[in-house]
Design a protein around this ligand. Structure first.
Ligand code: ZN
Length: 229
């Protein structure tokens, strides 16, 4: 079959309901005769005055060049919806098909019996595969949640070392744009995807998603130079 707008919009609505909690607004769907891809999530980006990158004008584009099985066409729609979900929520992945993409894809394949793949040429190395298995494990993380004056939320995974945590919080609070730093301890595997470091490089995250993932987390606070659990 060759996908048309009606097919894609119907599948988008269904998978949005089943897999994304109906939280994705329907973006413009475009068809092309391109021979180099089956689907693409396209958008424009601009740098804001405060250094943040804003993504806008998100669209999903599908090629009608290839005659493919309906099931495969559905998986292509899901693949592009994962890109769309990541961009729409302003998540910063480690690569175009980075850890966030892969963990969402694997989760969907497992829970919905799908076969969504990453079609890029290089494929996953053995090392990456191992990382993905590790990404399902429950590990304890010290999570710093940062709130900026403009209402943006960022997340940072810190080494589990008291002095480094205290030091990070102190440095972060000295940054003018940062209004608040909260600390949590949690073993939710969602947080495995973020690198552990004390650098002031922070992953932006949708507040609602973060709230969801922090359910059951334990609050940490600093008192008299010590971390209190
Ligand atoms: Zn892709």
């Amino acid at each position: 079959m060759r996908a048309d707008i009606k097919f894609i919009e119907e599948k988008f609505a269904r998978f949005n309901r089943e897999m994304f909690g109906s939280r994705l607004p329907l973006p413009p769907i475009e068809l092309t005769d391109a021979g180099t891809f089956l689907g693409k999530c396209v958008y424009r980006g601009r740098l804001l005055d405060d250094g943040r990158r804003e993504i806008y004008d998100l669209r999903l584009r599908f090629s009608t060049r290839f005659d493919i099985a309906e099931r495969v066409a559905e998986d292509v729609v899901i693949h592009e919806m994962i890109h769309y979900f990541i961009n729409y929520n302003g998540l910063m992945d480690t690569a175009p098909h980075g850890r966030i993409f892969r963990s969402l894809m694997e989760c969907i394949n497992r829970n919905y019996g799908r076969n969504v793949t990453i079609s890029h040429k290089s494929g996953a190395t053995a090392g990456e595969m191992q990382t993905e298995v590790a990404d399902k494990l429950r590990r304890w993380h010290v999570i710093a949640v940062l709130l900026t004056g403009t209402g943006d939320t960022g997340v940072k995974i810190l080494p589990h070392v008291e002095q480094k945590i205290i030091d990070f919080r102190r440095r972060a609070m000295q940054v003018r744009q940062i209004k608040r730093v909260d600390l949590y301890l949690h073993d939710e595997p969602f947080f495995n995807q973020f690198p552990t470091s004390t650098a002031l490089r922070i992953a932006r995250i949708a507040p609602q998603l973060l709230r969801e993932k922090l359910t059951g987390a334990r609050s940490l606070r600093i008192e008299n130079g010590h971390l209190i659990y």
